[in-house]
Design a protein around this ligand. Structure first.
Ligand SMILES: Cc1ncc(COP(=O)(O)O)c(C=O)c1O
Length: 426
């Protein structure tokens, strides 16, 4: 997916050679061994394409911050006309700080807290997706105290099976998300119980990294039949939120989710119906291909016929391979001449799961070489941790040839800074 570009023999992002970008970062952070790099111009192009696909539906598209919450990325998406989808109090704060107004941000999450309910009632949101009917009481109290109306869509578990990794299938019946369709219908019919809420929406998010339209079309079927049934019971719905899930082709081929095809079919299908406001929550599709993880090769080790390439980045920096057995293409920034040979590419974390690839055909590599793990702009930096006492990496953005450090890497001193010895009165 990431468009491979070379400038003077170096892999480049937005016209900036990555070896020079890394050297520039090391002048600010001498102990940096890796960083994320994103291309904002490419991101704008993808946001434009996403919005154009769903324009005939007049849809509201809110970027899922869980995919990437770097403020520079959020601000770029906001300027490109996207809304923001938050999944926590922290992401709501990020949305506000990035300039998403009350009508441009929505809240998800299956563990609603009082603080989140108070935040949405006090600051305002487009809508909240409630994962639980009991949550409506919490939202009602908060909205009532503020004298505000909060719009709510009920997240329905549609019992839709998707392909791909179990952990990203959220619509199956045994998944933790959503309420049963019958429970949602009962709540819509009883909505006068929550006078400070506008409970008029359905939300379905069936999973992530979907590559065919089947499960999303099933989600549309479920949403529309629930809307029909609710109308029949005297409680018409005016908001249909179909979540995200649009996948990309991590192998670099043309197998990404057929966005325009799906949007076109949906527009034709709902032409005859007047009414609901459509909402989408894309994450991965927007940012995965515009980012990569750049890092040094630390060591080359040969054992039992295997060539181990030990990278400076590990599973704490990019968790997807260890968590989902996901594969990211690995590309040397300046390939050395010589034949490709299989490599087991690993990180430095003290875990056997810290493996990025096995049998990966790669040209000769030496310690100090730079490699890029492609399509790492979604669920990369946001899932990073301090495991093994490792600081999270710096994040750089390129905008039309201009390189900026948009987030500093964490140092050992940063990790030590939260040390306390607070005696707590009990
Ligand atoms: C409720 C919800 N909406 C949107 C998304 C974004 O999904 P994706 O990045 O696959 O588009 C997710 C991610 O899992 C989600 O849980």
């Amino acid at each position: 997916m990431t468009v491979l570009e070379r400038v003077s023999g170096s892999l480049a992002v937005g016209g900036v050679p990555l070896d020079r970008a890394f050297a520039a970062l090391q002048r600010l952070e001498p102990s940096a061994h890796g960083c994320y790099v994103y291309d904002l111009e490419q991101l704008e192009g993808r946001a434009r394409r996403f919005r154009a696909a769903f324009a005939p539906l007049g849809a509201f598209s809110a970027f899922a911050f869980k995919a990437n919450s770097l403020p520079a990325i959020l601000e770029c998406l906001r300027r490109s006309g996207m809304g923001g989808e938050a999944g926590s109090l922290g992401e709501l704060e990020l949305a506000e700080a990035a300039g998403f107004g009350p009508g441009d941000r929505l809240l998800n999450g299956n563990g609603r807290t009082l603080e989140e309910a108070e935040w949405v009632a006090g600051h305002g949101v487009h809508s909240v997706n409630a994962d639980h009917v009991g949550e409506l009481d919490l939202l009602q109290r908060a909205a009532d105290r503020e004298g505000r109306t909060v719009r709510v869509a009920l997240r329905v578990n549609p019992g839709i099976v998707t392909s791909g990794h179990h952990y990203v299938a959220t619509g199956r019946e045994d998944a933790k998300f959503g309420v049963a369709p019958e429970e949602a219908l009962a709540a819509w019919s009883a909505r006068t119980r929550w006078p400070a809420l506008q409970v008029d929406g359905v939300h379905i998010h069936v999973g992530s990294q979907l590559l065919d339209v089947g499960p999303l079309e099933q989600a549309v079927d479920t949403a529309l039949s629930l809307a029909d049934e609710s109308q029949h019971r005297g409680a018409p719905l005016s908001l249909v939120n179909l979540g995200g899930g649009f996948g990309i082709d991590y192998s670099g081929g043309a197998g990404e989710f057929p966005l325009e095809d799906y949007a076109g079919r949906l527009a034709r299908r709902v032409e005859a119906r007047h009414g609901p406001e459509w909402v989408f929550e894309p994450g991965r599709w927007l940012t995965a291909p515009v980012g990569l993880l750049l890092c040094e090769v630390l060591w080359i080790k040969r054992r039992g016929g295997l060539r181990f390439v030990v990278l400076a980045a590990g599973m704490n920096d990019l968790l997807r391979p260890a968590l989902y057995h996901a594969r990211h293409r690995i590309v040397p920034v300046r390939p050395r001449p010589g034949p490709e040979e299989p490599a087991t590419v690993v990180g430095p974390v003290c875990e056997s799961a810290d493996v990025f690839a096995e049998g990966e055909p790669l040209p000769p590599l030496e310690p100090g070489d730079l490699v890029a793990l492609l399509d790492a702009g979604a669920y990369g930096a946001t899932m990073a941790s301090n495991y093994n006492g490792r600081g999270r990496l710096a994040e750089l953005v390129v905008d039309r040839g201009r390189l900026t450090r948009a987030r500093a890497g964490e140092t050992p001193a940063d990790l030590a800074a939260r040390r306390r010895e607070d005696v707590l009165e009990v």
